[in-house]
Design a protein around this ligand. Structure first.
Ligand SMILES: [Zn+2]
Length: 373
């Protein structure tokens, strides 16, 4: 799989499921006299390391302390550490995923549509139906997010900014960080040029709410362009600002975070490209936007492949795309200004449907889960 993934998805990061690795500990060490101690230390290294150095140092200590130098399982896991230990992977965006739970729920999702007797032809058709259902569910959730507002906890302007931008499910995750603020204490450590370095000490609570330990996080804050970086890397990993960064923002009296900290993919008003790609069995008339997507998608995919061929192509394409993006934004602004002056709605009336109406489009529901031979 590793070789195939590198070849087919050269720009992807291949990871191993953390859950599947950790659940093997009893089978691998159950017979060991110091099983409980090994398990405790391994879990501490995997889940609590804040830096790669700390992780490597404690791993070596564990190997020495329990004489595990010849343990092949640990040896191979250590060789592959960049594929599974959280501290090694948290600089990349993973939408918060550490385990294969989502692909497993995806399996369950397809179970409704395909079974062991499904023919290849039926599978293609059912795959299409399953995908369509997924897109409908996403649109429904966006609709719910637009029509029901989650209450604020603290009422800070930053909290309001995320309340307006994010879908309810993602705003819930952001609010978990807001709740965590009360267990954090920030103090300015030092200044390096225009960068302020804060220490944010978080009190970690146990299962019954009792304080278990204190963890110290460093937050770098570049005041000029409001850039922030916390060593917990929650934003890089999941796209959610962490409590430590929020603590510093509030302390610095920042009332609005730059747009690059509001991720497009978590926005309730973000148009996801694949939602507009037509379904191969759709027989309803395409609206204007869908038609435009159908023209653009194959062309863009072809350009992307050419751009990825070598560094020259890639940098040339990046420059062209940046320039084109600017022009399209300006053009879009002019377009909506003209329409406003003419009193024309910027929405295509055909594109607005209630979720129920959307659900009833296409193939009749009774035929969705069966297919003809
Ligand atoms: Zn943090």
């Amino acid at each position: 799989m590793t070789i195939a993934i590198e070849e087919v998805f050269p720009n992807s990061h291949h990871r191993l499921c953390l859950w599947h690795i950790m659940k093997k500990i009893p089978a691998k060490f159950g017979g060991h006299a110091q099983y409980k101690m090994i398990k405790k230390q391994l879990k501490n290294i995997v889940y609590n390391s804040l830096t790669i150095d700390e992780c490597d140092e404690n791993w070596l200590k564990m190997i020495e302390e329990f004489n595990l130098e010849n343990n092949d399982w640990l040896k191979s896991l250590h060789e592959e550490r960049h594929r599974w230990i959280p501290v090694y992977v948290k600089d990349n965006f993973w939408a918060g995923m550490s385990t294969s739970q989502r692909s497993e729920s995806m399996n369950a999702f397809f179970d409704d549509y395909v079974h062991s007797k499904t023919s290849l032809k039926q599978f293609v058709e059912q795959y299409d139906n399953a995908l369509k259902k997924k897109i409908e569910n996403e649109k429904h959730l966006d609709f719910v997010s637009f029509n029901s507002t989650m209450p604020l906890i603290l009422g800070y302007p930053i909290e309001r900014q995320f309340q307006n931008a994010y879908t309810n499910n993602l705003f819930k995750l952001f609010q978990d960080e807001i709740r965590g603020l009360m267990f954090c204490d920030a103090s300015l450590l030092k200044e390096e040029g225009t960068t302020l370095i804060f220490e944010v000490v978080e009190t970690i609570l146990g299962k019954n709410g009792e304080p278990v330990r204190e963890v110290s996080f460093r937050v770098h804050y570049m005041e000029l362009d409001c850039k922030l970086k916390c060593m917990c890397r929650l934003f890089e990993f999941q796209g959610i600002l962490c409590r430590h960064v929020i603590k510093v923002l509030i302390r610095m009296k920042v009332t609005e975070v730059p747009m690059n900290y509001i991720m497009d993919r978590w926005r309730k008003d973000f148009k996801r490209g694949y939602q507009s790609i037509s379904n191969i069995y759709d027989d309803f008339v395409c609206d204007g936007e869908r038609h435009r997507y159908n023209i653009l998608t194959p062309l863009i995919q072809e350009i992307q492949q050419l751009g990825a061929k070598n560094d020259d192509n890639c940098s040339m394409l990046v420059e062209i795309l940046k320039d084109t993006k600017e022009k399209l934004i300006v053009n879009g602004l002019e377009h909506s200004r003209v329409e406003q002056l003419q009193g024309v709605s910027t929405y295509d009336s055909k594109a607005i449907h209630s979720p129920l109406k959307v659900r009833s489009r296409g193939r009749p529901p009774t035929k969705r889960k069966q297919s003809k031979d």
